[in-house]
Design a protein around this ligand. Structure first.
Ligand SMILES: [Zn+2]
Ligand SMILES: [Zn+2]
Ligand SMILES: [Zn+2]
Length: 275
């Protein structure tokens, strides 16, 4: 399984649009891996996870042929994960596609279709919405996908378990700590993870006093729980991703070793993790 992180920032990007904080100013000066665009991930070469406000730019930067990828898995409605206005370009008059072209399918919760209709107010011919329920397993292309209930942004945001037949990914952006019912689902379905993409919106903080994002302290505790309860395959890779400019130590150049020390691979835009 190849996981390509196209965008690794939270909602405001890093450096953040209008921000002059020390971390943002440093990122502007350093450039390179300290420049983080909004969240998006490509799994192998045929499943897109999230379609953020930077999806267009990612397509150009990494040569991603959206016109050949038909499955789009959405976590939630925030613009760093989902940008309906650009998805609206899927068909005529904005795109010339062959008559027999398969539809482009947006897989997510009912919230994603509602948000699309609220913003775009038309239903493109070539775009299909596939509303899923949490804790059921769906076949999407060659993947088995299980949405997990999260609490973040709208009524029904999702985290995901994605199996490609060989490896299993747990994708936790964003949405706070998993509920107990999520652990129950892992037990029932017998999941064991080979790679986990942990939410690091708050970076190296030990704790935070609100629900909806994660930090180092929480992720270490979560990983320990997953280990204790037997959900990690041997050698399970821990990835730290989805950084906010307001989080502690999110610039790659100065911080990636601190993440490595704790056993997490710190992402940067364009990096690839293979399991
Ligand atoms: Zn986000
Ligand atoms: Zn800032
Ligand atoms: Zn969000």
């Amino acid at each position: 399984m190849k996981i390509r992180y196209l965008g690794t920032a939270a909602a405001e990007g890093a450096p953040a649009l209008f921000c002059t904080c020390a971390q943002c100013m440093q990122a502007r000066a350093t450039g390179g891996r300290d420049i983080r665009s909004r969240s998006q991930t490509l799994l192998n070469d045929d499943l897109i996870i999230d379609f953020s406000a930077d999806a267009y730019w990612h397509g150009l930067r990494y040569g991603i042929e959206y016109y050949n990828i038909h499955d789009y898995l959405i976590t939630h409605v925030h613009s760093d994960h989902y940008y309906p206005m650009d998805l609206d370009n899927v068909d005529r008059p904005y795109a010339k596609n062959p008559e027999d072209w398969p539809p482009f399918i947006v897989h997510g919760s009912i919230d994603d279709e509602n948000e699309f209709m609220r913003v775009v107010r038309r239903r493109p011919e070539h775009l299909v919405f596939h509303a899923m329920d949490a804790y059921k397993t769906y076949e999407i292309g060659r993947y088995r996908v299980t949405p997990l209930r999260a609490r973040h942004g709208s009524e029904n945001p999702f985290h995901y378990v994605i199996e490609d037949g060989e490896k299993t990914l747990l994708y936790l952006h964003d949405g706070g700590e998993p509920f107990d019912e999520t652990f129950e689902c892992f037990r029932k379905k017998g999941f064991r993870f080979d790679v986990i993409s942990y939410d690091f919106t708050e970076g190296l903080m030990e704790s935070i006093d609100y629900y909806g994002h994660m930090c180092m302290g929480q992720n270490k505790a979560l990983r320990a729980r997953l280990q204790t309860e037997g959900f990690l395959n041997e050698g399970c890779i821990s990835v730290a991703n989805h950084f906010s400019h307001g989080g502690k130590c999110i610039n790659w150049e100065e911080s990636h070793e601190l993440y490595e020390k704790e056993g997490f691979i710190m992402t940067y835009d364009g990096c690839e993790v293979e399991v």
